[in-house]
Design a protein around this ligand. Sequence first.
Ligand SMILES: N[C@@H](CCC(=O)N[C@@H](CS)C(=O)NCC(=O)O)C(=O)O
Length: 198
Amino acid sequence: MQLVIGTLSTWSLRAYICSKIAGIELELIAIDLEKEGYKAEVLKYSPSGLVPALLVDDVVIHDSLAIAEYLNELSDGALYPKSSSQRALARSLCMEMHSGFMNIRKQCPFTLEKVTPLTNLDKATTAEIERLRAIFTQAEQPFMFEHAGTVDAFFAILAFRLQHYGVVFDGLAGEYQQRLLDWPLLKDAIMLTEKMSN
Ligand SMILES: N[C@@H](CCC(=O)N[C@@H](CS)C(=O)NCC(=O)O)C(=O)O
């Protein structure tokens, strides 16, 4: 199987981290999303024109969450908690991440370059940060549930972005944020980003 990913694409990194948790080796096809004509290159693989896309025999799975679900099936449930109620909660959190936090995503674009810390936050962004604090506080530690899974993969990049823009939680939320920042799979994903950007 091949995973099509893009430079500075956080959704690509989420799918990549999920593959690592599931222990599934994927061949990576990296596309420079800054390069002129990149769209035609992406469209060669992904009908939505977006990355990530997982190429499996004659099927293309073209969304990070769908990829996570597929990798979960292939790995006999390695990406979610065993209990069905916890699994439902984990999926709720992943989907909340997948479809939400628009203000943070807009104001804290993923970059490895130096940035100005966030100040004078508007109400909507403050509310999103507070929601994240509440989610992070729920973590069982060191991961959200009993072992690393999709939730951690999805929130790790956000934990990195927040820290990069000067938002560091205290208390239990801060402990989980720090665990994610220290997580070798997040470091691996950041290294992959550096490699693709050079
Ligand atoms: N919901 C999609 C979002 C994918 C997405 O927005 N990918 C961005 C990179 S992070 C992309 O391909 N951008 C290229 C473009 O917009 O032309 C997912 O979760 O996979």
